[in-house]
Write a protein that binds this ligand. Structure first.
Ligand SMILES: [Zn+2]
Length: 254
């Protein structure tokens, strides 16, 4: 077996933990009284199931926020995982990557079957419920998970400090705005945002500033935008405040 990494575990409260995997991606463990959910599994170089088992003895449910390899790469440690199947082509792209194929063959690991997450699905963990909300933008199958009891939104790459909409699979800025506006009626139900690259939690202000910035971008206020190189192509980055926050987006076709 290859040398596995161990994520850095940071407690959020007495039943929720943030698992920072080498600052490359972040997963979460949410324990109810009957089940514990593992939200995302990072890039696959850590055994996230084992890390979760060190925190809780409850049966585990693996839930993916979206199909990118840096979030579902560690699904190999589970027998089954949930994902919005609109992102299945992305997950398959990850499986077919030569490095991943090499790892699969060398270590005898395999990826589990996926069960679709429909919009509005509720994962009842006992005491804690995670409500899946369809959130297309960064990818077509992105979901966010609302935990009303803890007033937390698990946002994957949907609401993040440095939002990427420049990928070939990303949807237009308008779609991202619509996803955020669908959440507006729930805006007072969460105070904390835990996304797929957090090392410490974000407050609700991230939602507000990101939505404001997206509207600014849509309105064509792009005088301060900078070129952003990604994968050999030039995209545009729209800076917004506070901190070093950027929306990277496709220059045309929006
Ligand atoms: Zn992503």
């Amino acid at each position: 077996m290859f040398e596995l990494r161990k994520p850095n575990v940071i407690p959020i409260n007495d039943h929720i933990w943030l698992l920072d995997d080498n600052h490359e991606a972040t997963c979460y463990v949410v324990a109810g009284t009957e089940y514990a959910a593992v939200i995302d599994t990072s890039i696959g170089l850590s055994n996230i199931r084992e890390a979760a088992e060190s925190l809780t003895s409850l049966p585990l449910i693996c839930i993916n926020t979206h199909g990118h390899g840096d979030h579902m790469g560690g699904n190999w440690s589970f027998d089954k995982a949930y994902m919005n199947l609109a992102d299945l082509p992305l997950a398959e792209e990850h499986f077919h990557h030569p490095e991943v194929q090499k790892g699969i063959k060398q270590h005898g690991i395999h990826y589990p079957p996926f069960e679709h997450i429909e919009d509005g699905r509720v994962f009842d963990l006992g005491g804690v419920k995670l409500e899946a909300i369809y959130f297309p933008g960064h990818t077509a199958g992105e979901i966010v998970l609302l935990d009303r009891q803890d007033r937390i939104l698990f946002a994957g790459d949907g609401i993040i400090q440095h939002l990427w909409l420049q990928l070939k699979e990303s949807l237009p800025v308008r779609t991202q705005i619509q996803s955020m506006e669908r959440l507006l009626p729930l805006r007072n139900i969460f105070d904390m945002i835990l996304h797929g690259h957090n090392q410490t939690p974000n407050g609700i202000e991230l939602f507000d500033t990101l939505l404001e910035a997206l509207k600014d971008l849509e309105a064509g206020n792009t005088a301060d935008d900078i070129d952003y190189e990604w994968n050999g192509n030039i995209s545009k980055a729209h800076p917004y405040q506070p901190e070093d926050r950027r929306i990277v987006y496709k220059e045309s076709g929006e």
